[in-house]
Design a protein around this ligand. Structure first.
Ligand code: NAD
Ligand code: GLY
Length: 365
């Protein structure tokens, strides 16, 4: 063999990265002042959709900002819209130190974040999430991306924002179904709390039982606290495992089933949260069948999901098709399905030790 020359590229570890999440009422009107503390950008590109622009464009005033207003819907989280955003950045002559702002729900956040990560190999990025789902989950943690026709979120990056501005006042215009889709992710945190590794014990399950009515009434103090708890739990997980080498997968509790439900129904029948709520019930049943949780915990967890009325009725799926579809999801590894399963009070574990028969049984919940 010829002599092999080996050189080393030795990039020093990046400094630890941290950012603030600001949660409060009427933040949009103060956004410009708040944002300036976190970026030195001269120019901004605000990415939003038609629905959010109609409701809130006049409330978010930022100097030197161009706006790109996209069509509303998961079906637009694609290459074409990414190109629209990048073209707008070029037209507005955004430079490396400038900033892209995501102003909308998870679809806009994921897409604008990916544009920020890739335009000029990365410009500043700020999240102004406007749905409950985006405020408790998608705006935090840096997963950004777009869908491919063969898979959800298949093209993406990890790219953290400079700051997240969660204005709870804008949640008043969410319709009930969109509020519930966020609440499904909120309930998820209650069932995984003890595995997140936070020092503080929020007793979030009991909190959600106690304050259901206040949450549905969007009571500001409770809502702020709820978002704060969810973001703290998510941050604890992301701090330990940004790139999802292990622990971060627990945030996908209910999603192994949920993504299949979304795919089998062409993303048109159920919201993401409804699918996740069904998925959490199925995962709980699977745990119970495997003897990982006591009957009392199984029942009380199902009961919490029922109390929040997140779903009407779970349809009966073709089990063979459901099973096959599970393997296409990016959460399967080496041809093995991996599940996030409750294995004690508010704890979960990741396991591949599941039989086809058990999966079939878990679909009847
Ligand atoms: P979405 O962005 O489609 O928003 C839901 C609907 O609410 C849309 O019609 C939107 O126009 C509307 N809307 C937004 N703000 C509003 C407001 N204040 N008042 C009235 N209507 C408003 O959906 P979503 O549930 O926010 O997010 C789902 C997306 O998030 C999915 O694409 C999912 O893959 C992604 N996601 C990403 C992460 C992550 O970590 N990056 C986590 C969870 C979900
Ligand atoms: N929503 C899953 C994650 O952020 O990892």
């Amino acid at each position: 063999m010829e002599k092999l020359q080996t050189l080393k590229v030795d990039i020093p570890q990046k400094n630890a990265y941290s950012y603030d999440i600001l949660i409060g009422e009427n933040l949009l009107s103060q956004a410009e002042g708040l944002i300036k503390k976190y970026t030195k950008a001269n120019k901004f590109l605000v990415v939003t959709n038609e629905t959010v622009a109609k409701l809130y464009r006049s409330s978010l005033k930022i100097q030197n900002a161009a706006w790109v207003v996209l069509k509303d819907g998961e079906e637009y989280k694609n290459y074409d819209m990414l190109k629209v955003i990048i073209d707008a950045a070029v037209a507005h002559r955004l430079e490396r130190k400038d900033c892209i702002i995501a102003f909308g729900g998870g679809v806009i956040g994921d897409m604008a974040g990916f544009a920020a990560a890739s335009y000029m190999r990365g410009v500043d990025f700020i999240q102004i999430p406007t749905t409950l789902l985006a405020q408790v989950d998608s705006s935090v943690g840096g997963k950004v991306g777009i869908n491919h026709e063969h898979g959800k979120n298949m093209i993406g990056a990890f790219y953290q924002p400079k700051v997240v501005l969660a204005d709870i006042s804008v949640l008043k215009t969410l319709d009930l179904r969109q509020l519930k889709t966020g609440l499904a992710e909120v309930l998820k945190y209650a069932l995984i709390e003890r595995t997140c590794g936070c020092e503080k014990n929020f007793k979030f399950f009991n909190y959600l039982k106690k304050y259901k009515d206040e949450i549905y009434k969007l009571e500001p103090d409770i809502l702020s606290e709820l978002i704060q708890i969810c973001c703290t739990l998510k941050a604890c997980v992301v701090n330990q495992d940004e790139r999802e080498k292990g622990l971060r997968a627990i945030l996908n509790f209910g999603h192994t089933y949920g993504h299949v439900i979304e795919t089998l129904t062409n993303y048109t029948v159920f919201t993401h949260g409804e699918a996740v709520a069904m998925g959490m019930k199925m995962a709980l049943k699977l745990s119970y069948l495997k003897g990982l949780i006591e009957e009392s915990y199984y029942k009380k967890s199902l009961d919490l999901i029922e109390q929040y009325k997140l779903i009407d009725k779970i349809p009966s799926f073709d089990k063979e098709r459901f099973y096959d579809e599970m393997f296409l999801d990016k959460k399967s590894q080496n041809g093995k399905l991996r599940f996030v399963l409750p294995n004690g009070l508010y704890t979960v574990k990741i396991t591949a030790d599941v039989t086809k028969e058990q999966i079939f049984q878990s679909l009847d919940v």
